[in-house]
Design a protein around this ligand. Structure first.
Ligand code: AMP
Ligand code: MG
Length: 330
């Protein structure tokens, strides 16, 4: 029998609610994104206020668009972490309230696992090496021994933070990745930036400082944007390539908001070809933060008995994905 799970995402700038079916159909995926004022980063409290004010109407849209009555929902899942405390708490409160009203089970979901599992669903990928590149994450991941394992990660800034912080330094409004991609297309002039790979980890803080210093010294924004992309993307492709060679897997998937970048896709695809591996591209709508990630992973987890009593449902701001058991993959 088809079952339906409603998932709630609220880790950072996006509040999203979605209904998915146990057959893997995404019946709705309503989103509202908090946009920080020009030149400033995401303010957790302001973002959480925006989430709180859009939550009720978005839930209504998600349920209405799904075409199923609210009575058919068999479980509610929510992003328990990692993320910004005030934002996570809004999602948790909404999820707890819904579960109490509907008398349905509550399923906590790790946001990063959500990115990966929805990516696997929509690309039909079975066992990929994953590059998760977003505002909150930069990690190379592979499944082994009942968990998603981290084979490389950033030591400081995430790739999304590098792009957004550089963009904001230049006066753009966050998120800046799309604008930087367009600027990079207007240049082919490479300016040397620090390329820092340590073991299989990456570091971007030196690159950010160098790029900001170049901009302040009058170098062209487009040339720096081009150089940041060439350098930073080469770094993450290098560590993904090493993970692929090490694991011998034959699929590579890029998820997270930065996956939208076409230059990164081309570099990843050339690398995958060299290893006779297939690059699995996640459609834009599902690569950035969204409720469908939480609803689908909530379904997978609940099918193996994962749930939490409503009065014990908390949030965990720094919940690592490699501490999460994945019984649905065993
Ligand atoms: P997420 O946290 O998964 O929603 O991803 C948000 C991040 O994706 C932000 O840092 C954006 O700047 C970045 N991003 C969005 N579009 C692009 C793009 N076309 N190229 C590079 N980064 C992007
Ligand atoms: Mg995310």
């Amino acid at each position: 029998m088809n079952r339906y799970v409603l998932g709630i995402e609220s880790t950072a700038h996006t509040f999203s609610a979605s209904v998915v079916s146990s057959h893997g159909e995404i019946l709705s995926n309503a989103k509202s994104v908090y946009v920080a004022p020009k030149g400033s980063g995401i303010h957790p409290l302001e973002a959480s206020r925006s989430h709180a004010s859009s939550a009720a109407s978005l839930l209504g849209v998600a349920i209405e668009e799904s075409g199923i009555g609210v009575g058919k929902i068999s479980a509610v899942s929510y992003s328990m972490g990692p993320g910004l405390g005030p934002c996570l708490r809004v999602g948790a409160v909404v999820a707890r309230t819904l579960c109490s009203l509907l008398e349905k089970p509550l399923v906590p979901v790790n946001h990063a696992v959500g990115h990966i599992e929805l990516g696997c669903l929509v690309t039909r990928s079975k066992d990929p090496v994953v590059l998760l590149v977003s505002g909150g994450h930069t990690m190379v991941i592979s499944h082994s021994g009942g968990r998603w394992r981290v084979l490389g990660e950033t030591l400081d800034l995430t790739l999304g933070q590098l792009l957004d912080q550089f963009g904001r330094h230049a006066g753009l409004a966050s998120p800046c990745g799309g604008e930087i991609e367009r600027a990079a297309l207007r240049s082919t002039r490479y300016l040397g930036l620090p390329y820092v790979v340590k073991g299989n980890d990456v570091s971007f803080s030196g690159m950010l400082t160098a790029a900001e210093t170049m901009l302040d010294a009058g170098k062209r924004f487009d040339d720096i944007a081009f150089s940041i992309q060439e350098t930073a993307f080469a770094m993450v492709v290098e560590v993904t390539e090493r993970a692929l060679a090490f694991t011998g897997k034959k699929e590579v998937m890029v998820v997270g908001g930065v996956a939208a970048n076409r230059r990164l896709s081309r570099m990843m695809s050339a690398m995958a070809r060299r290893h006779s591996a297939r690059l699995r591209g996640v459609p834009l709508e599902y690569s950035g933060d969204c409720g469908a990630q939480i609803a689908w992973t909530g379904y997978l987890a609940h099918s193996k008995g994962v749930e939490v009593p409503v009065n014990e449902a908390t949030v965990s701001q720094s919940w690592r994905l490699d501490s999460v058991d994945t019984p649905w993959r065993s």
